[in-house]
Design a protein. Sequence first.
Length: 304
Amino acid sequence: MDIAVIGSNMVDLITYTNTMPKAGETLEAPDFALGCGGKGANQAVAAAKLGAAVMMVSKVGEDLFAENTVKNLRQFGVNADNVTVAAGTSSGVAPIFVDDRSQNRILIIKGANAHLAPADIDAASEALKRCRLIVLQLEIPLPTVYYAIDFARQHGIQVILNPAPAVADLDIQYACQCDYFMPNETELEILTGLPVSTDEEVIRAGQMLLGRGLKNLIITLGSRGSVWMHGDEVHRVEPTPVRAVDTSGAGDAFIGCFAHFLIQHGDVAKAMASASAYAACSVTGRGTQLSYPDADTFHRFLTR
């Protein structure tokens, strides 16, 4: 395996609406879609669709969604041998509401994801040791995230930590052990308590985290592009302009693509540029994983 994703899977329940209902109001929405998502699974699928050899360590519930989730991962080329059932729980679900401006609002019910434990990492340890990169998010328990970081350090494996959804009590010392720390601007604001509405404010907040010992800080800014900060250097990547249809999962598309190209050639700036274009391509279609292009489709997008 090139990449191991230790993280969440979700069932996306996507409602497309022209108007969000007010309290006590019932509205008819024009469309609905059911899909597979979750930050961990999204990132794994994005990397696998581009050709990376990806394995996943995750939990599903004891319900109708579980079999479909595993089938979906394997369909996209992700090794799901270490996706196991948490007895007596539901699978994770994410009701998503997308408005007519392509902005999304998401609720997350972790379900089985809350039961992913250090013991699951131990059970997958022999396969994990053969990976070159571990990708983590925060839709699983923090002790499991910290255990995975310790495991990676012990075995010389690079780590990407995507602090999403952000939690203010994230142990910064563990974040500093990761090779790449990748929040978006909202997560950066929660982690630092600083405003991030302008590029200057983003840089100031980033410098605060770097001052605490982070190695490489990559901040995704949606339609404003992305920023890589390390030491005293700031490298900006401009966004790829497209007409957005659905922005759900764009940040996960970025991280999965970045992981793939980082493993391929190790050039961070080039991997970010590719990831920016890949995320832009993903928002031109509906849904999360289904909107992620494979390698051929992405190549055609780039040539256009």
